[in-house]
Write a protein that binds this ligand. Structure first.
Ligand code: SF4
Length: 163
């Protein structure tokens, strides 16, 4: 069987980001995977009940998605709203959706408090990055799904060739 790839909806240009925009990633591999029917698209934050647009959110205090899943950290909007529950619900939806479709890999946009896998922001809303997973990326990895960021399309191509 051909491995399927869970992909962040905003990477396909869907206007689902907090700012009401998409962030399309142009790469021949993505066109090929789409033609092969291997892409499974989701926006975890919308799946968790968030709207568009929405205030920017970050995981508090330099913590990570795993900390959120274990109840040690919250996801906070810049306006002070606690959106932890929606982000955790969205991550669970994303995992169920991925498993229902047989996704072994995921291609998620970096930097997001949900989808980030290489880096996320530190909760200060000052543009400060640190290494770590967003909530969805953390849950997918815990379930054994290989998560690549949008900067790792070539790595994903190689990983899939070996899968
Ligand atoms: Fe894109 Fe993920 Fe944010 Fe949705 S949650 S807008 S898919 S980065």
């Amino acid at each position: 069987t051909v491995s399927k790839i869970l992909i962040s909806a905003c990477l396909l240009g869907h206007a689902v980001r907090y700012d009401g925009k998409g962030k399309p990633l142009v790469h021949p591999a993505i066109d090929r995977w789409r033609e092969e029917g291997r892409l499974v698209t989701i926006c975890p934050e919308l799946a968790g009940g968030m709207g568009v647009p929405r205030p920017p959110a970050e995981i508090e205090k330099g913590m990570t998605g795993a900390d959120v899943l274990e109840g040690r950290a919250r996801v906070m909007e810049i306006t002070g709203g606690d959106v932890t529950e929606a982000f955790v619900a969205g991550a669970r939806h994303a995992l169920e959706f991925a498993q229902a479709h047989g996704c072994t890999h995921a291609l998620l946009i970096d930097g997001s408090p949900s989808c980030g896998s290489g880096f996320i922001y530190d909760g200060s809303f000052e543009g400060l990055r640190h290494a770590g997973n967003g909530v969805t990326a953390a849950l997918l990895e815990q379930a054994g799904i290989v998560v690549c960021s949008d900067r790792q399309v070539e790595e994903l191509v190689e990983l899939l060739a070996k899968a």
